[in-house]
Design a protein around this ligand. Structure first.
Ligand code: HEM
Length: 177
């Protein structure tokens, strides 16, 4: 069997940082920018960008999952604590799953509220914002976004722990050079 690489593949590294940046921008846009925009053409444009970027994130996540399965990965970096190691593995799976679910809930929200056509630049206002289905998808989209924030905090805390407590320079595996 071939020796495992010391760092991730360049495509994985690029996709990791691109996805991280887009997800953080989407969380900020969803929680801070969109709710504070007055109804109108600019808000519809902002929602259109939000929807398009979210769908792009969905496909980027699928590509990252496939690359992880297909390419040889660096060895698992143990913390020396079985519980923390488990938490690390669960967090990595959960980050991908919750990202996919946030997007699916967003799609459900846009479809059920009747403003899917905003995606193609048809700036209609939500048609049925008060139905139970719209409420369900909207809640799910919001709650999953907060779960995603929690997972990102855990993920970053893990990276900081490796870097500054264990001092194993784990971040170098995710650097382009
Ligand atoms: C990683 C992907 C995504 C993230 C992190 C994200 C995050 C968020 C957040 C945090 C909100 C605010 C929720 C609230 O408090 O009401 C929001 C709103 C919204 N999202 Fe997403 N979203 C994503 C993808 C999508 C997708 C793919 C769609 C639809 C195709 C979508 C449609 C919407 C819509 C329509 C709103 C409400 C905008 C408004 O009228 O204020 N989102 N998003």
């Amino acid at each position: 069997m071939a020796t495992p690489p010391l760092k991730y593949n360049k495509a994985q590294i690029m996709l990791h940082w691109l996805s991280a940046a887009l997800i953080i921008i989407m969380l900020f846009a969803g929680l801070v920018v969109l709710p504070n925009l007055p109804d109108g053409g600019f808000k519809a444009f902002a929602v259109q960008m939000h929807m398009l970027t979210g769908i792009a994130i969905f496909f980027l996540t699928l590509v990252r999952i496939v690359l992880k399965k297909k390419l040889q990965q660096p060895l698992y970096a143990s913390t020396g604590n079985a519980l923390l190691d488990k938490l690390g593995v669960v967090t990595h799976y959960a980050l991908n799953i919750v990202t996919l679910l946030v997007v699916l809930a967003g799609i459900g929200f846009a479809l059920s509220a009747g403003f899917w056509d905003v995606l193609w630049g048809v700036y209609v206002m939500p048609a049925h914002t008060d139905s139970a289905l719209v409420g369900f998808f909207h809640e799910a989209h919001e709650i999953l976004a907060f779960v995603l924030i929690g997972l990102i905090v855990l993920h970053v805390a893990g990276a900081v722990f490796h870097q500054h407590v264990l001092k194993d320079n784990l971040i170098s595996r995710m650097k382009m050079r």
